[in-house]
Design a protein around this ligand. Sequence first.
Ligand SMILES: *[C@@H]1O[C@H](CO)[C@@H](O)[C@H](O)[C@H]1NC(C)=O
Ligand SMILES: *[C@@H]1O[C@H](CO)[C@@H](O)[C@H](O)[C@H]1NC(C)=O
Ligand SMILES: *[C@@H]1O[C@H](CO)[C@@H](O)[C@H](O)[C@H]1NC(C)=O
Ligand SMILES: *[C@@H]1O[C@H](CO)[C@@H](O)[C@H](O)[C@H]1NC(C)=O
Ligand SMILES: *[C@@H]1O[C@H](CO)[C@@H](O)[C@H](O)[C@H]1NC(C)=O
Ligand SMILES: *[C@@H]1O[C@H](CO)[C@@H](O)[C@H](O)[C@H]1NC(C)=O
Ligand SMILES: *[C@@H]1O[C@H](CO)[C@@H](O)[C@H](O)[C@H]1NC(C)=O
Ligand SMILES: *[C@@H]1O[C@H](CO)[C@@H](O)[C@H](O)[C@H]1NC(C)=O
Ligand SMILES: *[C@@H]1O[C@H](CO)[C@@H](O)[C@H](O)[C@H]1NC(C)=O
Ligand SMILES: *[C@@H]1O[C@H](CO)[C@@H](O)[C@H](O)[C@H]1NC(C)=O
Ligand SMILES: *[C@@H]1O[C@H](CO)[C@@H](O)[C@H](O)[C@H]1NC(C)=O
Ligand SMILES: *[C@@H]1O[C@H](CO)[C@@H](O)[C@H](O)[C@H]1NC(C)=O
Length: 837
Amino acid sequence: MQLLVAILPVLLGIVLGEDGSQGWLRYAPAAKGCKSQQVPSAIVALNSTKISPVYTAGKELQRGLRSILGKAVDLTTGGRSNSSAIVVGTVDAYNTAYGSVSGVEDLEDDGYLLSTHDGSVVILGRNQRGALYGAFEYLSQVARNNVTSGSSYISNPQVPIRWTNEWDNMDGSVERGYGGASNFFRGGYVVDNTTRAAEYARLLASVGINGVIINNVNANATLLSDRNVEGLGRLADAMRPYGVQLGISLNFASPNATLGTFDPLDPKVDAWWANITNQIYKKVPDMAGYLVKANSEGQPGPLTYNRTLADGANMFARAVEPHGGVVMFRAFVYDNHISYANWTSDRANAQLEFFQPLDGKFDENVIVQIKYGPIDFQVREPASPLFAALHNTSTAIELQVTPEYLGQNCHFVYLAPLWKEILDFDLRADNKSSMVKDIVSGQRFKRPLGGYAGVPGAGTNTTWLGSHMAMSNLYAYGRLAWDASLGSEDILEDWTRLTFGSDQIVLDTINDISMKSWPAYENYSGNLGVQTLTDILYTHFGPNPASQDNNGWGQWLRAGNVTIGMDRTIENGTGNAGNYPPEIAEMYNDIDKTPDNLLLWFHHVPYTQRLKSSNETVIQHFYNAHYAGAASAQTFVQQWESLKGKIDHERFEHQLFRQTYQAGHSLVWRDSITQYFYNLSMIDDESDRVGNHPYRIEAESMKLDGYKSYLVNPFHAASGFTAIVTTSNTTAGTATTEVPFDSGMYDVAVNYYDLFNGTSSYKLEIGNRTVGVWKGDNEKKLGHEPSRYLDGHTATRITFRGIAVQKGDTVRITGQPDGIEPAPLDYISFLPPGIVD
Ligand SMILES: *[C@@H]1O[C@H](CO)[C@@H](O)[C@H](O)[C@H]1NC(C)=O
Ligand SMILES: *[C@@H]1O[C@H](CO)[C@@H](O)[C@H](O)[C@H]1NC(C)=O
Ligand SMILES: *[C@@H]1O[C@H](CO)[C@@H](O)[C@H](O)[C@H]1NC(C)=O
Ligand SMILES: *[C@@H]1O[C@H](CO)[C@@H](O)[C@H](O)[C@H]1NC(C)=O
Ligand SMILES: *[C@@H]1O[C@H](CO)[C@@H](O)[C@H](O)[C@H]1NC(C)=O
Ligand SMILES: *[C@@H]1O[C@H](CO)[C@@H](O)[C@H](O)[C@H]1NC(C)=O
Ligand SMILES: *[C@@H]1O[C@H](CO)[C@@H](O)[C@H](O)[C@H]1NC(C)=O
Ligand SMILES: *[C@@H]1O[C@H](CO)[C@@H](O)[C@H](O)[C@H]1NC(C)=O
Ligand SMILES: *[C@@H]1O[C@H](CO)[C@@H](O)[C@H](O)[C@H]1NC(C)=O
Ligand SMILES: *[C@@H]1O[C@H](CO)[C@@H](O)[C@H](O)[C@H]1NC(C)=O
Ligand SMILES: *[C@@H]1O[C@H](CO)[C@@H](O)[C@H](O)[C@H]1NC(C)=O
Ligand SMILES: *[C@@H]1O[C@H](CO)[C@@H](O)[C@H](O)[C@H]1NC(C)=O
């Protein structure tokens, strides 16, 4: 019976684990007879305190070995080092137990030594956290069947600060999160149940993340209520066994309610922050620190009182300094009411203008946290020039794991290559090697601190991020924060082996989809450094390039009917190119030296400007890239389908649904963007694809009963600019026509609009046979920002494959409206084999 109890969870675990909740820590059973089975038969964790990271490491090793190898391994917390044991602990504890250990001189805080010799394994950290990281690394090797016996090495992190920034709101929502509700808050308060927080900390610790800011940078002062401060203590307790420290975002105006002021130079305000900080440290003695978004996008800050941003940051720095805490101060400060009429105004200049004059004025425990590019997590940006401009200030890079502007985990984009391009970029400060990764590690300007802040958007969904494939981004974020010299493909391979197993076809396929994913998305969204071209005023999801121009937000394209692009040159433009160190400034200022993929970021050019790399015109490149990107997204579906039976059914189907959705929505992107720029420029596509859809029947051209035409806004979000909607919001409508195409086998695709707050039902009949029925309920499954309109966010495709069709067959689509959703339809395509349209 004992045995059964021990084995059952293992057996169940295999089945239950495939909902994604274990992420890459699912510890799948190894194939029989593999060399990893030669692991020691005892574990010694050199700390008996149940909540200590070293004890956690012992438990994790036990759990992992049982699950991977089906082997029950004893865990003790002391005693003689058995020659065949895994010993895990700090160097000090090891020395106390067994006498002095050698070879650990180079071991730094959070680093680990991993040594495997003659059937024994020694895992040591300078601190407890390091020992835990070493245990996770060893388990990763066992899970990948790649333990090297007879080796010993040290791995140290490149930076002390490796944090996530969770944008969780206290009402339980997650800003820019696509994987469900908050794990930390519900109804204005910290949750009572901290199980998920602990599970999340486990995932993060396994890739070396040591701090979590648990609430949105758009922070609420009610976080500091007595009840919530108690709650912070609870969350910190849950994450501490994994060596993950809790931190919080602050609302700068928090003291205003009691003091009537939040002036950082008012001693009353200073004392208020010192007091509340002391209160928090009573509950969370190891709090990591504060994150502050001030004077940005409507948030309060020191500028209200004509104080500098450094005055503001230092006030918090003084409060946390006695407790060893740090302040992450966001550089994302800009005016969102700048003048579009003014050719030289430029939001991309704001951060440098605010922060460069303050270089050296921040306290030592302040880190200025800088987004990777000067605007806002676009599909392509140059590295922020601010990284090179602060020589006497510690800096961190902010990376968005949650792809706010890159498909919101309904499109899959593997982000490590994008991050690597920024991290490896050499800004040439003082004409010397100045790679971004060496600046934020503190190495380049000899700063004591530095770090990484990643915004995951994790939620209560069992998948954490809403998509299984997206977890490669969270994994890669942690790995790169530890060591930015790792390669994107190597990281991905480790993740794939852990997440989906080591079948070569699985590895190759996931590698291929992942490495093509960013180029594909860039191709069908915004090219040549023009930005993502999503709707910046609404959902940040679907296409709407017009939303970017003619407003105060400064995410401009400056797209006219003859020319396009931001002139950021020094002589004629906004001068932004001159914000970079001289060698880089010279490159970006010169259109002949600027890389094509940033052409429109730095230069305003005619649509007929030719690219250096391909000799295409800008407009023809837009057309070609959008067709190529969307074509690439179609192949991801077939590639994913080739994994059927090679990975578990649940995750296979979950991801297939998303890849299929992406393939359809990539066509919405393609058609929208090409149509929009064709309408502006009136320059024909050399290949005659744009606006030319021979396989489509427009819904508005069908015989309508209970349906009417509807002009879609923006116009380019509908084929032929027009869709149909039911005339009533209760009664079904039909659209009918005859198949005008030759008899044969077709994939039949229907484009419709899937709005928030309504689940319309559809039926497609051809020749009086029902080809398909479906519901407009994707808003319940996909998790991207919702929309109430017929637009580029709601435009959706469903495809029925391999349908035998006779010329002259009656085609009938019946749409039953529901809620605010009037069963909207755009067109139906009859696609012969090999055609995508
Ligand atoms: C064991 O862990 C606890 C909790 O982290 C810590 O306070 C204690 O110092 C550790 N003991 C040793 C011997 O490392
Ligand atoms: C196994 O580990 C070695 C050394 O760390 C590494 O070079 C190799 O790529 C790993 N192989 C697999 C299959 O993970
Ligand atoms: C802060 O939280 C309180 C209580 O939940 C809520 O009433 C208030 O609207 C929130 N304020 C902001 C700015 O979100
Ligand atoms: C706490 O949350 C976990 C994970 O969501 C759940 O399995 C468990 O049942 C919850 N516990 C309680 C007491 O509600
Ligand atoms: C500060 O409080 C005053 C009233 O005392 C109020 O008018 C003002 O809006 C508050 N400012 C902020 C940023 O909360
Ligand atoms: C310090 O903060 C606590 C908790 O908010 C509060 O109860 C107390 O009155 C404050 N003390 C002072 C001197 O402001
Ligand atoms: C800040 O300075 C401006 C002009 O420099 C002035 O008009 C304003 O009243 C000042 N505000 C405060 C709060 O001191
Ligand atoms: C245009 O913007 C620049 C840069 O912000 C500013 O220096 C200049 O005064 C502005 N010109 C006008 C006419 O407002
Ligand atoms: C381009 O725009 C200008 C000004 O908006 C307008 O005068 C001109 O007619 C347009 N040209 C074309 C070809 O549409
Ligand atoms: C600025 O404009 C002038 C005149 O159009 C042009 O000759 C020059 O090349 C431009 N300079 C830059 C850096 O774009
Ligand atoms: C680029 O294309 C244009 C138009 O076809 C042609 O005149 C020109 O020679 C081409 N340039 C290069 C370098 O191929
Ligand atoms: C959450 O996960 C479940 C199970 O994987 C899935 O059915 C659901 O669609 C997910 N929700 C979101 C928003 O991704």
